[in-house]
Every structure is written in structure tokens, then in C-alpha cells.
Design a protein around this ligand. Structure first.
Ligand code: AMP
Ligand code: GLY
Length: 436
């Protein structure tokens, strides 16, 4: 089967790496890709926003599956267009992608299906929102309803700060995404991510992870897209995973089907592990980045087959009986970012991967398997690798536990030469302390 992968980040490099290993995959094409993806796939020029062009490419290249990496083309309805043209697509329809595309949509669904999540109010004007604030206690959680590139959430400690943030949101800070704002109850606990694949009816668990959203060590400073992650997340015990599946994931899949908008693809639940059990913070309609990198590092060929076979089964409503087989080992990834991130990153910095990239079985870098996934990289005018974005590299390693995976990952980080880059040195710290 020929496969087309859409996207250009570290998430898509990890997917490309795994898809290219799949016996089911004959030829892998990717657009727009990046230099890491180019090692696994043939890069083609295609605009994911031009649905007719994507369909024409699929027809002329005998594509049996399109894997849509990021959320924007999903929310834009690309999966619907492909299915309408009889091209199987991994990823939800536009209607189902609202689980990520509209925070208010998801909160309403949780309310209808009795899914544990914080209390909330949807507001459509500054006046409404200011009034609704009175019903909450600090810290105030304010969320722009629509897609805001991960930046649409404000946690305000005081009423004044909340009022100011609301004024910014309704004032157009996040464009259309902020035309509605959800105000919600602050939940306390530890955060963890749970992934499931669903074909609209059948659900299979697809791993757990924890990430580090903040730019600074000790989880301080501004939020980013994620500075590192590890999988599995031991805080999500087998019992908590079961509870998440039964009280959050399955009711969501059932409610989406009942509404006539079945959800197909990966469902990524951001959870707060509260004293009363897991509660939903948010859904994403795609894999996490960099969570996908650590999931792919652990995924093995199992009874469910390889990644391409699993994704095709998911796209075709045939997930029943499929089981994903993840290694017992821990995978940990460290994001190397360009100085300035998450503000304005320095572009063009030279990168030399040296001996860091140990390949799937990891021989060159010491320790176990290491793999460097490319995120914001490009080939410069002189043919060498340079930085071309905020998050640039995802240095990923496996080990028997978080402590060992962390050690191997930082050995590989230290083998990379990237003068204009930086990374956190403490990815996995909470778990390393618990393993202590
Ligand atoms: P989101 O984009 O919805 O994942 O929110 C970004 C971050 O804000 C989350 O990872 C949490 O750390 C925090 N957050 C969001 N909603 C809540 C909530 N209801 N209570 C506490 N923290 C929250
Ligand atoms: N790393 C968080 C996300 O992909 O949303």
C-alpha cells in the first residue's frame, strides 16, 4: 500500500519513521515534510488546504491511506474530502474534530454524557464573561473556544487579571478563536495524557505519556508546545487507565456516534489526576507533539500488525480485535529548541547531529536505542542542516525506566552540536524523583 503523510514536525517524522518500517507500506510520500522525514519518505509538493490537489495526487499515486498529522487540516475537513473521494484517511471528520476545535463543544458533550471534567460556562461577550466570573473562585481558567496554536488558555490568579485577560480575548488577541470564551473550574492534581484509537465504534488504548509544557527547568516560565515527554506515564496506573477508558473515552466515542458524527482516528485526552479520579482537561484530535515521538519509539509489531495496518484498520472501521503492542521500556524525548523560543526563535543556527542518532536499535550513541527526530530543521544553502523553527530536534531514547531513558537521552543530546539551541536538562524529573 502507498501512503501519503501530511505534516512537517517531529510528530510526523516519528510517524514517517514507523510507517517506513511497516511491511504494509510500499511507498511513503510526505508533504511538506522536513529533512528528517526526507530520510524516510519521498517529499512531494502539496498544499493540505487544497483538497482537490490532495485527492488528485492520491488518485495518480495509488494512495491507499492518507495520514493527517496536525489538527488544522482535520478541523478544515480534509478527512471528509478524502473519504468523499474514496481515499481512506487516518483522522476525524470536520464535525468530529470539533472535540479539539471547540472547547465549548467538548464541554457540552461532557455535560451530556456525564464525563468527569471541571464545571464551566460558555460566554460570547465580555459582559457575559465578566458576570460569569463571579460564579468561580481563583485561580480562574479562561479558554479561547477555537484553535489558538496551544496558546488560548489563561490561568489568572486574581479577578483583575482575569478581567484583563478576558478583555484581551474578546478584543481579538486570538482572532476568531476568542469570539467565545469558556470559563472553567480550576482542577488540581498531576497532568497526564492518554491516547486511544477509535474507528467510531471500537476503541483501543494507544499508550500514555507525560510532557513538560513550560520552557524552564522545574516546570517554570511560559508555556510551549512541549519541551519533552516520556511514555509510559507510571502515574496512570492500570486501574486509572481503565477508569479513563470507561468514564471518559468510551462515553465520548458513544456520544459522538449518537450525535451522528462518529469520531475516527486518534483521540488524545489531556487529563488531570484529581483526588476523585481522572478528569478531562481537553481533547486533541491528533497525536501529541512530542508525545507521539515517545509512543512511536515503543510501538512494536504485534498481533494488531504494524502501524500502517493499524491506521488503515482504524480508517476503515475495522479496529475490532486489533491490539497495539507497546514495549515495556520507557522512551523519553528531549526537545532542543532555538534560543528565543517560545518567543521569536533564532533561525539558521548550524546543527551537527554527530553520533547522537543511534537508529532504531541504537548502537552509535551509548546506552539503548536513540533516535533524533527532526522538527524545525531545513537544509541550508550550503547543504548542511540548520534550525528553521522554535522546536528544532527531539532527541529520543529508550531505557528500562525513566531514569535510564533520561540518561541515554541526555548522552545523545550532548553528542549534538547546536550552538544556537537550548534544552531543559530535567525532562522526566518528577518520575526520576519517584524512582529515586
Ligand atoms: P489546554 O490547552 O486546555 O491543555 O490547557 C493548557 C494547560 O492549562 C493545561 O495543560 C493545564 O496545565 C492548564 N489547564 C487547563 N485547564 C485547566 C483546569 N481546568 N484546571 C487546571 N489547569 C488547567
Ligand atoms: N504536547 C502537547 C500537544 O501536542 O498538544
Amino acid at each position: 500500500m502507498n501512503i501519503l503523510l501530511l505534516g512537517s514536525g517531529g510528530r510526523e517524522h516519528a510517524l514517517a519513521w514507523k510507517l517506513a518500517q511497516s511491511p504494509t507500506c510500499t511507498r511513503l510520500y510526505a508533504a511538506p515534510g522536513n529533512p528528517g522525514i526526507a530520510e524516510e519518505a519521498e517529499i512531494v509538493t502539496l498544499d493540505a488546504g487544497d483538497h482537490a490537489a490532495v485527492i488528485a495526487f492520491c488518485k495518480s499515486h495509488d494512495i491507499g491511506l492518507v495520514v493527517i498529522g496536525p489538527e488544522a487540516p482535520l478541523v478544515d475537513g480534509l478527512a471528509d474530502s478524502l473519504r468523499g473521494a474514496d481515499v481512506p484517511a487516518f483522522g476525524p471528520s470536520q464535525a468530529a474534530a470539533q472535540l479539539e476545535g471547540s472547547k465549548g463543544f467538548t464541554k457540552d458533550l461532557c455535560a451530556r454524557a456525564n464525563i468527569p471534567t471541571g464545571a464551566y460556562v460558555r460566554t460570547a461577550s465580555l459582559q457575559d464573561a465578566s458576570r460569569a466570573l463571579q460564579g468561580f473562585t481563583p485561580p480562574y481558567v479562561l479558554k479561547a473556544d477555537g484553535l489558538a496554536a496551544g496558546k488560548g488558555v489563561v490561568i489568572a490568579e486574581t479577578l483583575e487579571a482575569a478581567e484583563a485577560a478576558l478583555a484581551d480575548m474578546f478584543g481579538g488577541q486570538f482572532g476568531d478563536a476568542g469570539a467565545e470564551v469558556v470559563i472553567e473550574e480550576f482542577l488540581s492534581g498531576e497532568e497526564a495524557s492518554f491516547f486511544a484509537l477509535t474507528d467510531g465504534k471500537n476503541v483501543i488504548p494507544f499508550g500514555t505519556a507525560q510532557d513538560h509544557k513550560q520552557v524552564g527547568e522545574g516546570d517554570t516560565g511560559p508555556n510551549t508546545g512541549g519541551m519533552g515527554a516520556y511514555s509510559p506515564a507510571p502515574v496512570l496506573t492500570a486501574a486509572l487507565q481503565e477508569q479513563t477508558l470507561e468514564t471518559i473515552i468510551k462515553p465520548t466515542v458513544a456520544a459522538m456516534a449518537a450525535a451522528g458524527t462518529p469520531y475516527s482516528g486518534v483521540l488524545y485526552a489531556g487529563l488531570m489526576l484529581t483526588q476523585t479520579g481522572p478528569q478531562l482537561i481537553e481533547y486533541n484530535c491528533r497525536f501529541g507533539d512530542p508525545e507521539c515521538q515517545v509512543l512511536m519509539m515503543r510501538l512494536q509489531e504485534g498481533s494488531g500488525g504494524d502501524l500502517a495496518a493499524i491506521m488503515l484498520a482504524c480508517a476503515q472501521g475495522e479496529l475490532s480485535g486489533v491490539e497495539a503492542d507497546f514495549s515495556e521500556e520507557t522512551a523519553l524525548t528531549v526537545v532542543m529548541a532555538a534560543k528565543g523560543y517560545p518567543g521569536t526563535p533564532e533561525k539558521g543556527g548550524a546543527i551537527d547531529l554527530g553520533e547522537a542518532d543511534g537508529g532504531p536499535e541504537g548502537s552509535r550513541a551509548k546506552g539503548r536505542g536513540t533516535k533524533v527526530f527532526h522538527a524545525g530543521t531545513k537544509i541550508g544553502a550550503d547543504g548542511t542542516l540548520i534550525a528553521n523553527g522554535g522546536r528544532v530536534l527531539n532527541v529520543t531514547a529508550s531505557g528500562a525506566n525513566v531514569t535510564q531513558a533520561q540518561r541515554s537521552a541526555y548522552e545523545a543530546v550532548d553528542a549534538v552540536r547546536f550552538e544556537s539551541g537550548f534544552c531543559r536538562r530535567d525532562i522526566g524529573w518528577k518520575e526520576v524523583a519517584r524512582e529515586g
